[in-house]
Design a protein around this ligand. Structure first.
Ligand SMILES: Nc1ncnc2c1ncn2[C@@H]1O[C@H](COP(=O)(O)OP(=O)(O)OP(=O)(O)O)[C@@H](O)[C@H]1O
Ligand SMILES: O=C(O)C1=C[C@@H](O)[C@@H](O)[C@H](O)C1
Ligand SMILES: [Mg+2]
Length: 172
């Protein structure tokens, strides 16, 4: 079997739902952001500060390429992973891709308590989230086999819907 891969913006719930989904499927869970941090020995804000976004994206591409090639993982990706065509190709080839959709209003709410997202350390994080969503929403949809709405749905309900929709997919 190939992997189940979660894509979507910051605050969509990829890390939270990925962990629960992996438990349900009894598969190992990997989070590309965490994997980058472990391999670098530094957290994401540090990588952005020292190496710039470009440096982070290079590390992200290497991790996505490697993890997508594995089998039987639940893989949560970073919010910007779909920006590079090489990543979209690797993710599509690596398994079933699930886009966790959320409104910008929910993103603002879900990311407001957490300081670990360097792109949101600005005067107007809501505008940044809106601008990123305008560019990225079509890319998440391009790479996804399934789109799942997460607004007003607790993580456990989202997981059950993913499981049902994965069952319904025909082989590709
Ligand atoms: N369906 C949901 N309903 C309510 N809260 C949620 C839901 N999904 C996630 N959350 C909460 O939103 C916050 C962000 O979730 P999470 O870190 O899983 O997002 P992410 O998609 O991994 O973001 P990033 O791309 O920045 O890594 C967490 O506090 C989490 O508990
Ligand atoms: O949306 C983004 O570009 C990002 C999302 C996070 O998951 C991290 O990958 C990083 O903070 C960048
Ligand atoms: Mg995450």
């Amino acid at each position: 079997m190939r992997n189940v891969i979660l894509v979507g913006p910051m605050g969509a719930g990829k890390s939270t739902i990925g962990r629960l989904l992996a438990k349900e499927l009894r598969l190992p869970f990997k989070d590309s952001d965490k994997e980058i941090e472990q391999r670098t020995g530094a957290d994401i804000p540090w990588i952005f500060d020292v190496e710039g976004e470009q440096g982070f994206r290079e590390r992200e591409q290497a991790v996505i390429a490697e993890l997508s090639m594995q089998d039987g993982l639940v893989l949560a990706t970073g919010g910007g992973a779909v920006m590079r065509p090489e990543n979209r190709q690797a993710l599509h080839a690596g398994g079933r891709v699930v886009y966790l959709h959320t409104s910008v209003e929910q993103q603002i709410d879900r990311t407001s308590r957490d300081r670990n997202r360097p792109l949101l350390r600005t005067a107007n994080p809501a505008q940044v989230l809106r601008d990123l969503m305008a560019v990225r929403d079509p890319l998440y949809r391009e790479v996804a086999d399934i789109v799942i709405e997460t607004d007003e749905r607790p993580p456990r309900m989202v997981v059950q819907e993913i499981l049902a929709r994965l069952e319904d997919l025909s082989p590709r």
